[in-house]
Design a binder for this molecule. Structure first.
Ligand code: NAD
Length: 253
């Protein structure tokens, strides 16, 4: 294997929601591969910043609430001001709301769609404009879900948003491939983070989920490290519009 295919030295990655969970693991993996990181968070990303710096890379602390698209132009402006360019965007920030479809509220619908789909589109648009202004290639990695492929239960706005992420990944790839921009997604399976704490806390659901995972364990955030570096690197230059399941075999069942 040619290690330089995965080398991200000198690249700049914007990672949303990297103070915890999958985003933290992805930001750290990209930094270990050579990226400087601009992290977009609502609260202090202390551990992630320290880990990125320990890997010898720079960390830019951007604060934004992605439930609105208002901060998006500032995210791009501040990153370019600090680092001069952007090479990779990881749309990771996301939330989930659980309730029966019959009782689901408009507030729970809008909250999830705003963060998990609307901001994903408008941040991708803003960063793609920057890639084009730089006259260079670029990589966008969206974080999808098993619920991009399946219906799930009691998470109607999440399923709608993550199914939308899969479709949007294809659409943006179609429009931007000829401009040298790779848009792909990672669909994590069941990974042990805050997002899945309620499921792991329910003994019945926990057992049902574990019984169905061929790998026989919940994923860990670091299971996303290799796939994220792959999709950010030259190793995936001919991949466009693909949603890559990283799921312990869940979808193979
Ligand atoms: P998490 O709750 O630990 O992380 C979510 C991140 O998004 C946090 O950094 C949070 O601060 C950020 N975020 C949420 N709302 C935001 C807002 N309004 N503005 C800015 N940032 C905001 O959960 P996680 O599991 O690490 O989730 C990361 C992504 O992975 C999400 O898109 C989630 O839907 C997706 N995902 C997770 C799993 C899993 O099993 N854990 C599976 C499939 C997909």
């Amino acid at each position: 294997m040619n290690a330089s295919l995965f080398d991200l030295s000198g690249k700049v990655a914007v990672v949303t929601g990297c103070n915890t969970g999958l985003g933290a693991a992805i930001a750290q993996a990209l930094a270990r591969a050579g990226c400087d990181i601009a992290g977009v968070n609502r609260s202090a990303p202390d551990q992630t910043a320290a880990a990125v710096q320990a890997a010898g890379r720079r960390y830019l602390d951007l604060r934004a609430d992605l439930s609105s698209i208002a901060p998006i132009s500032g995210i791009v402006r501040d990153t370019v001001q600090a680092y001069g360019r952007i090479d990779v965007l990881v749309n990771n920030a996301g939330i989930i709301r659980r309730n029966d479809a019959l009782d689901f509220t408009e507030e729970d619908w809008d909250a999830v769609l705003d963060v998990n789909l609307k901001s994903v589109f408008f941040l991708s648009q803003a960063v793609a404009r920057q890639f084009i202004a730089q006259d260079g290639p670029g990589k966008i990695i969206n974080i999808a879900s098993m619920l991009s492929f399946q219906g799930g239960i009691r998470v109607p706005s999440y399923t709608a948003a993550k199914s939308g992420v899969l479709g949007l990944t294809r659409l943006l790839a179609n429009e931007w491939a000829a401009r040298g921009i790779n848009v792909n997604a990672i669909a994590p399976g069941y990974i042990a983070t805050n997002n899945t704490a309620a499921l792991r806390g329910d003994a019945h659901r926990n057992r049902d989920i574990l019984d169905r995972i061929p790998a026989g364990r919940w994923g860990q955030p670091d299971d996303l490290a290799g796939p994220a570096v792959f999709l950010a690197s030259a190793a995936s230059d001919y991949m466009y519009g693909h949603t890559l399941a990283v799921d312990g075999g869940w979808l193979a069942r």
